[in-house]
Design a protein around this ligand. Sequence first.
Ligand SMILES: C[S@@+](CC[C@H](N)C(=O)[O-])C[C@H]1O[C@@H](n2cnc3c(N)ncnc32)[C@H](O)[C@@H]1O
Length: 151
Amino acid sequence: MANEKQFKLKTLFVAARGVQEYRATIPTFVKPDDVILELGCEWGTTTEILAQHSGEVIGTDISPECIQRAQQLRPHLHFEVLDAFDVRAALGFGKPFNKVYMDLSGFSGYRALLDVIALTNMYATIFSLQVIVVKSGALKHFASHCTAWRE
Ligand SMILES: C[S@@+](CC[C@H](N)C(=O)[O-])C[C@H]1O[C@@H](n2cnc3c(N)ncnc32)[C@H](O)[C@@H]1O
């Protein structure tokens, strides 16, 4: 049962619709000292932009073919194969990630909303993140219809 003693996250969750919005968040939320974990990097296009704004970024994807292509196109960047749902493997990188960028196929549909919330909460808790930016139209729609009640 919920009570006031439970751990409360301080992570800011940012929901973007579409890749243009997703990338447009970078100058606002990414700072030169940040260590970024990117989940779902495909060929590393967003990784390249994240690298220009942060101290360090690891671009990850479940697809070995995507990671091979990303590494060929951008040999100066760090890429790893990772299933985003395997948070223990992400811990294994041994990096003090403070922000996460997340763009996984299928995460924009309304049925994926519970998966998006579960996954973002898991990363926020395990890495004590400051910000998670998620490309998810469903989360953006949901968030825009939520408000925190204050008396
Ligand atoms: C829309 S693409 C990402 C595009 C990329 N963010 C960009 O800006 O160019 C979605 C990627 O999510 C990856 N993906 C899907 N499920 C995943 C999972 N469980 N873990 C990690 N990556 C996943 C896919 O392989 C695909 O490359």
